[in-house]
Design a protein around this ligand. Structure first.
Ligand code: SAH
Length: 252
């Protein structure tokens, strides 16, 4: 008798406030058999995983090392081949800078059936809770999402900083804390206005959310002074000024 393989659900958890989980994500969490997760969804969401589910922390499984992407893929495939339904829980939306696309490709290669469950990406929700609409008719009518921390093994940068410096819309930078000084330096070098407003939002939509407001020429210094840590989102553009008017949404 051949064992029926399980199905894999690539699920976005949203930015951290459990109330921002989709109905479908919540239903899948409540009924989960195996959950493969990392820390990005945050404690409040990880605490919702039922005790009966097998929990696999991709951050420290098999000893104490962080699983490589290959190892994460292998675990997901192995569990599904054992006949279990696997919930791969990822922060925000699985296909926005989450390597979800790569995981999905591996599942296809392994002949498994999978379903993607989009989540609310931090790119939209985190600025929203910080009082910053990422577009605004008066000021910014375009948005670009970029990664601030590119794969260090890549020789060439995929980011065209010269083009980005001229971009007359909102720039949202993921994973940008470590490289903030370099990235702001690149934008300044190619002529972006040094007084362009910038917001750094740590742990957005969570009770310990913290917003730091500055300008392109001082935000890197402010980040060091305030010891800004990941996960944090950087928002660059005039929409940041709306923070003063709209105010922060307090999370409990
Ligand atoms: N797939 C995720 C992004 C994964 S990359 C999404 O759609 O949101 C990880 C980066 O996302 C972090 O380094 C940070 O820049 C951003 N991020 C995710 N959740 C966040 C949060 N609650 N607050 C601030 N930044 C967050």
């Amino acid at each position: 008798m051949t064992l029926k393989t399980g199905k894999v659900y690539l699920v976005g958890s949203g930015p951290g406030d459990p109330d921002l989980l989709t109905v479908k994500a919540r239903r899948l969490i409540d009924n989960a058999e195996v959950v493969v997760y990392d820390q990005l969804p945050g404690k409040a969401i990880l605490d919702l995983i039922p005790k009966t589910a097998e929990k696999i922390d991709a951050g420290k499984y098999a000893g104490n090392h962080t699983l490589t992407q290959d190892e994460i893929n292998a675990v997901i495939v192995q569990k599904a081949k054992e006949g279990k339904n696997v919930l791969r829980l990822k922060g925000g939306d699985p296909y926005v800078f989450g390597r979800g696309g790569e995981e999905a490709e591996e599942l296809i290669k392994a002949g498994l059936s999978f379903e993607v469950v989009p989540g609310i990406t931090s790119a939209v929700a985190v600025p929203a809770y910080a009082g910053i609409p990422i577009t605004h008719r008066e000021s910014n009518s375009m948005v670009t999402f970029i990664t601030g921390h590119e794969d260090p093994t890549k020789d060439e940068t995929g980011l065209d900083w010269e083009l980005l410096a001229k971009f007359n819309g909102t720039l949202v930078i993921f994973m940008g804390v470590k490289m903030l000084e370099r990235n702001c330096g690149e934008l300044l070098k190619y002529g972006m206005n040094p007084k362009t407003p910038v917001a750094l939002i740590e742990r957005g939509t969570r009770p310990d959310q913290r917003v730091t407001i500055g300008t392109l020429d001082n935000i890197a210094r402010l980040a060091v002074e305030r010891d800004v840590k990941a996960p944090a989102l950087t928002v660059i553009g005039n929409v940041v000024n709306l923070h003063d008017i709209l105010g922060e949404q307090i999370v409990r």
